[in-house]
Structure formats: C-alpha cells, structure tokens
Write a protein that binds this ligand. Structure first.
Ligand code: BEZ
Length: 238
C-alpha cells in the first residue's frame, strides 16, 4: 500500500458524521450505500477474511438473528476485502456444511460486499495497519434511518463480536430516540431509563422531594420505568 492509500486507509468516520457513500458489488447485487437504506437502521460490519472460523461463527449468529434485526427495522451489511466468488463459495459452504451450536442450514441473506481494492474499507477506517494491512478489522458501524453514524465499535481479528450486544444497541438507540431518554450501564428493555437532567434549581429540588413518578439517586441522576411491552410495540411498529 502506498502512502496515499495508507493515509486513506486510516481515515475514520466519527459518531454523528454522515455515513460515507459508496456503490459496491455484493452477494445480493449492487448496492448504493447508505442512500438505498434511507428509512432503515443499518449495521455495516467488516470481517477479516472468508473461510475463517471466527468470521464463520459471527455470520451464522448474525443470520440466525436476522428476523429480530429485521423486526427492529435494522438491515445487516457485511464487508471483507475478499472477492465476490470467494464470498459466494464461503456462504455456500456455511449453508451446506456447517453446523455450529445447533445452528445449521443457515442461509446468509444479507449482502456481503466485495472490497478487494480496500476502497470502502479505507473510507470507513476498517484497515488498521498495526493489526493487519491486508485484512479489515472487525469494525461495526450503526447507522440510523437518516444515514448518520450513531455507534462505532472496533474489535481485533481474534475476538468474535457479541451479536446480542449489537441487537441491544439497536434497541437502546431507538429507545433513546423514541422516549428522549438515555440508557444506563447494562440496560435491557424493561429496565429503567435515565431522564434528561433537571434544567433548573427548582426542578432539581422538586426531583429530590420524591413526589414525581421517577426514581432519583441524586438530583442529576433520575430514572423512569418504560414498560417493556409498550417499548417494544413502539419500536417494532416503526
Ligand atoms: C477468524 O475469523 O477466525 C480470523 C480471521 C483472521 C485472523 C484471525 C482469525
């Protein structure tokens, strides 16, 4: 990789940025990203290579949860710097030969981008040269229906992602947007969510009187219940 390509390879979009646009060939045909996903949440994720064990476990697990992501209006898009025929062969192998933790005959229906030139991986900072200059790390970009990057996570090559956590992130972000709340550590649907800070001394005082329909640990840290059924109904109907 020359210096110019290396500089591009480490350019990194940030949370709050518009997701960089690209057109790409995938196992599901050509895509125009993120424009054609307008109105949906998207998890764009890279993996180091086809026909590798950690990646295989991740793809099987993602695909086995595809209906849950779809109900949450979230589309999955994978990427590696392998070519289209390698992708096709690997996905066929997964479906025809691999049984993993009781998951078998798994068809990967979401698009897997070919990116041999690293053009897209470069735009998204998926190549991290101190980890590998020839493979993408396990990057995850959560992009909202307006095409804005809302979460970024990077894992090294050796560490498989927690797909339940990625699903939790989608539900938590949608909860924040729909109910104007933040979500505390280890939050799960049904748990109390954090309401915005008191905007005045008077409001801070009222919160500490304990008469409002909320739990306050101190004036700056108050939570309220969001009924799990109502939450999931609101989110899954969007
Ligand atoms: C894997 O998916 O198993 C893997 C890929 C590249 C480097 C290390 C592990």
């Amino acid at each position: 990789m020359d210096a110019q390509n290396m500089a591009e390879a480490v350019s990194m979009p940030r949370i709050g940025d518009k997701a960089p646009s690209f057109k790409a060939i995938t196992t599901q045909g050509e895509i125009n990203f993120p424009e054609q996903y307008s109105g949906s949440w998207v998890i764009l994720f890279s993996h180091p290579a086809d026909f590798t064990p950690v990646c295989t476990s991740e793809f099987i697990t993602f695909a086995s949860m595809a209906d849950r992501f779809s109900e949450a209006n979230c589309k999955l898009v994978g990427l590696s710097v392998d070519g289209l025929y390698s992708h096709i062969a690997w996905l066929r192998t997964i479906k025809e030969k691999i049984e993993y933790k009781g998951m078998k005959n798994i068809e990967i229906k979401f698009p897997l981008i070919e990116d041999i030139t690293m053009r897209i991986a470069g735009k998204y900072g998926m190549i991290q040269p101190n980890e590998s200059s020839t493979k993408a790390v396990r990057a995850v970009f959560v992009i909202d229906p307006e095409g804005i990057i809302r979460t970024i996570i990077y894992y090294p090559l050796s560490l498989g992602r927690n797909i339940d956590e990625l699903y939790r992130i989608i539900i938590a972000l949608q909860t924040s947007d729909a109910f104007s709340v933040s979500t505390p550590a280890n939050w799960q649907p049904g748990d109390e969510a954090i309401i915005p800070a008191a905007g005045s001394s008077e409001e801070a005082g009222k919160r500490m009187e304990g008469k409002q329909d909320m739990t306050c640990y101190d004036w700056f840290f108050c939570t309220k219940k969001i009924d799990k059924e109502k939450l999931m109904d609101t989110i899954l109907k969007k």
